[in-house]
Each structure stands twice: as C-alpha cells, then as structure tokens.
Ligand binder design. Structure first.
Ligand code: KIV
Length: 273
C-alpha cells in the first residue's frame, strides 16, 4: 500500500485486502505530536497497551485501563489524517463475557474515534471475536507471544519454535481468521512458523519479532527512535537516537539558565526580531 497515495484515511477493508510480503506498515503512537510525524509513513497507527510500560513506566501492560487507552487514542486520532487508527483493548476489558467485550469495544470506538480494536488471544477468544465483529466492530487479532499473558507464560518468551507448536499456531490463526478478524499481529515467533501462518490465512499478518515472512511489520516507535531505554528488544532496529538529542538539548538549556544567558532578547515577549 503506497504511503504517497492521496491523503485519505486508510480503511479496514483496504487493510484486509492487503496481502503480500512487506505490504503493511504499522507503528505504535500514544500522543498527537508523534501521530502527526508518523502518519504519512504508516498504513496503521496502533495505540498499543505497551504505553503502560513505555509512557507510564509500568513493569507490564496489565494495569493499563480502558480510560487510559481511550484518552491516548483520542490524541492519536487528532494527529492522524491518513493512517487507520487501532486501539489495543487492555487486559481484563474483554475476556469476561461477550457482553463485556461488546460493551467495552463499542465504548472504545465511540469515544476514541479509532476505526478498530486489537484483541490478544487464540482459540479461546475466537467466539468473542466473532461476537463483536458480527456486531460491526472491526477486530485485529494478536497471537503468539501475548504480553497480557506474561504471568501465565512465565515471562516474555518466544512462541512456536517446535514442529508441534507450528501446527498449533496455524490452527490458532485460522480460528482467529474464521471468527472475522480483518488482520492479525503475530508476535515473537520463528520464520517458518510466521511463514506457515501467513500462507494459511487470507487476512494480512503483521509481525513483531516474527521475521520478514509476514504481510506487514509493527514496532514500538520509541524502540526504533532510541527513546525507551529500559530495554531494547533485539528485533527492534534503532533508526535514530533521540534520547541522546533530548538529553543534549536539556543540558544546553540548563547551562544557559544557570549562566543567566537565557532567555536571549529575541525569545522574550514583545521584542521584535
Ligand atoms: O501494545 C503494543 O504496542 C502491541 C504491539 C507491540 C503489537 O501490542
């Protein structure tokens, strides 16, 4: 999908129809200014629940609330004119019952202005995905390593390394597709598994730490910009080191303030340059 196409928002049916290696570009965004920068280059902006760790410094994504997700998504929608915006449903907001899932997904879309939601889960979530998609809520699935299952998995561990696991994940992906998902994230698996899943489903797969054998890729923006230093996943290439630039700018400002040389006259109100 061309990023240089006329500036109209990418739709869910357009994403669903985009199958083929390297076709979909997705990055996370949590704020309006970041969304404005990323928007022309991305098909999808994901307001990921990773914001709990990246923005709020939490140890996992588990304590992220639906209110947090809605507020950040509103900001991203205000900054994005082209990309499709997807809201990541947080832990505990959709797993309890179909009614809870529908109520919260509907609220998420209505209040935030996002075009779709992302739900983590495999075969056990398929009937929930079906329930909400049948009622008009576009769902992006998320299989493989599922960060909200961090306790159950005993940490953030790669999934699907063995032959047996490969069969399992193909079955999971097909169940998510049959339930009506318009695309799915595959996280933390090896290339043969990602390739087999991508070939086994007609909807686009979007990989993160899952090899180039997917129809698209997603990364956490702060990882590729060098703005998140708690840890850097090895699959996240760093394209810039903005952390260093921020630190340098803050240091220069602090030196000028302490030396009494800030603000210079041209930066004062009422002074003509
Ligand atoms: O929360 C998130 O940012 C995600 C992506 C990394 C896929 O789920």
């Amino acid at each position: 999908m061309s990023v240089h196409a006329e500036l109209k928002r990418v739709t869910i049916p357009e994403i669903k129809a985009t199958k083929g290696p390297g076709k979909l570009v997705m990055l996370t965004a949590y704020t309006k200014p970041m969304a404005q920068q990323l928007d022309p280059h991305c098909d999808i902006l994901l307001v990921g629940d990773s914001l709990g760790m990246v923005v709020y410094g939490m140890e996992s994504t588990l304590a992220v609330t639906l209110d947090m997700m809605i507020n950040h998504t509103k900001a991203v929608v205000r900054g994005a004119k082209h990309a499709c915006v997807i809201l990541d449903m947080p832990f505990g907001s959709y797993q309890e019952s179909h009614a809870q899932a529908y109520r919260n997904c509907a609220r998420a879309l209505a209040e935030s202005g996002a075009q779709g939601v992302k739900l983590e889960g495999g075969i056990e979530m398929a009937d929930t995905i079906k329930f909400v998609t049948d009622r008009g809520i576009p769902v992006m699935g998320h299989i493989g390593l599922m960060p909200t299952h961090v306790n159950a998995m005993g940490g953030f561990k790669a999934q699907g390394k063995e032959e047996e696991a490969m069969k399992k994940w193909i079955g999971v992906a097909q169940a998510v597709e049959a339930a009506g998902a318009f695309s799915m994230v595959i996280e933390g698996t090896v290339e043969p598994v990602a390739r087999a899943i991508t070939e086994a489903v007609k909807i686009p797969t979007i990989g993160i730490g899952a090899s180039p054998a997917c129809d698209g890729q997603v990364l956490v923006t702060e990882d590729i910009l060098g703005l998140f230093s708690d840890f850097t996943p090895k699959f996240a290439k760093r394209y810039a080191n903005l952390g260093e630039l921020v630190s340098k700018a803050a240091s220069e400002y602090s030196q000028e303030v302490r030396a009494g040389t800030f603000p210079a006259a041209e930066h004062c109100f009422g002074v003509k340059k």
